[in-house]
Design a protein around this ligand. Structure first.
Ligand code: UD1
Length: 355
């Protein structure tokens, strides 16, 4: 059996690692394609090293561009690779442009497609990721979901029950495997304040509009009066802060961090303030309060079971929720079922048993 994996952006890497590792133990032939959507060393290569992912067999080197251009470029460069390598199944991960581009290529070539992290929905079609999720799930033959809400969404969209496999959360597999590494060496907290809020922001809706980003940064400066703000900034966000000539010097703004270093910071944070999808899940697993700067989430289980609270873009709501955290009244969560470090194994078992 030959499985071809396609990854491209930072949040894909922690998802592919456990699946490849589990398939290795089943002696399956594997090919890894990196689209090159993310290309900076600290957005890509360092994740391959820390997660112990083999070097990609093919790098499509598409780089940045508008959505149409990036998606089209991935499709054009990927098609001959799929034709030449003739995989039995192609696996795609998450909801990035590399995911949807690959899905379109495979559907048109009639190659079986598996989607890891299927079924998540924010019901907000202004998010590029929501479009990517909807299309990928319509085209996939095997849909691997992280939680029951994923199954429900897919069933509501008319996806046949036989195609849906609830396997749990592959990202948590990587977290569990590398959590011990946060004790030694990487991210041991040297130079970090003892109590801090860890912040990440990169959603176009939050950072591409000058007035919105200004308001969010003002809120963070306010947070910084009570609790030091540590802010590893995505390249897009750094660029926008510079473009809009905004002031963020009082915050501890860092470059994007490697996986283990960021995990260490999350684990020790008093609170995480973010607009990321994956970080809502990681904080739920770690039991760290998470305030999500978005009006909706495609990961509602992190709110209903976990430590996540949506604060939207309302500074007042952020202030109220932060004061709960500071006074020890943050909500306590539990870890959702099947977020147990074995999701990759389940995916491998399903693929191998259907050979
Ligand atoms: C992408 C995903 C998003 C994911 C995020 C994680 C889509 C639609 N979005 O968003 O779901 O949460 O990755 O980071 O696929 N850039 C660099 N170096 C890089 C990569 C990007 O400088 O290695 C800059 C470029 O200026 C680029 C911008 O960041 O134009 C945005 O990158 P892009 O890949 O288009 O989307 P992300 O915002 O990273």
């Amino acid at each position: 059996m030959h499985i071809l994996h396609v990854v491209g952006a930072r949040p894909n890497f922690m998802k592919v690692a456990p699946v490849m590792r589990s398939l290795n133990q089943c002696s399956v032939q594997q090919t890894l394609v990196h689209t090159g959507q993310h290309y900076d060393v600290n957005m890509s290569e360092v994740f391959f090293q820390q997660l112990n992912i083999p070097a990609p067999d093919v790098n499509l080197a598409v780089g940045s561009g508008t959505h149409a251009r990036q998606t089209a470029e991935i499709m054009t460069r990927l098609e001959p690779v799929v034709v030449d390598t003739k995989p039995d199944v192609v696996l795609v991960y998450g909801d990035v442009n590399s995911t949807v581009a690959t899905s379109l290529v495979c559907a048109k070539l009639g190659v079986r497609l598996g989607h890891v992290e299927a079924g998540l929905r924010s019901f907000d079609r202004t998010m590029p990721e929501e479009i990517n999720r909807l299309i990928t799930d319509q085209l996939a033959d095997l849909l691997f979901t992280p939680s029951v809400d994923g199954d429900d969404n897919l069933r509501n969209e008319g996806i046949a029950r036989e195609k849906i496999f609830r396997v749990g959360n592959v990202m948590i597999d990587s977290l569990i495997r590398l959590l011990p590494a946060t004790q030694n060496g990487n991210g041991n907290g040297n130079g970090m304040p003892k109590r801090y809020a860890l912040v990440t922001l990169h959603r176009p809706a939050n950072v591409d509009d000058s007035a919105t980003l200004t308001r969010i940064l003002e809120s963070l400066l306010e947070v910084n009066r009570d609790l030091a703000v540590v802010f590893p900034a995505h390249p897009r966000t750094k660029q926008r802060i510079a473009d809009f000539r905004l002031k963020a010097e009082q915050l501890c703004v860092l470059d994007p961090l490697p996986y283990i270093d960021f995990l260490a910071l999350q684990k020790r944070a008093m609170v995480v303030i973010t607009d990321s999808g994956g970080i809502q899940e990681e904080t739920t697993f770690l039991g760290v309060p998470c305030l999500t700067v978005r009006e909706n989430t495609e990961r509602p289980i992190t709110v209903s079971m976990g430590t996540n609270t949506l604060v939207g873009r309302d500074p007042a709501k952020l202030r109220i929720e932060l004061s709960k955290v500071l006074s020890g009244k943050a909500k306590k969560g539990t870890v959702p079922p099947l977020w147990d470090g074995r999701a990759g194994e389940r995916i491998a078992d399903i693929l191998v048993s259907r050979e």
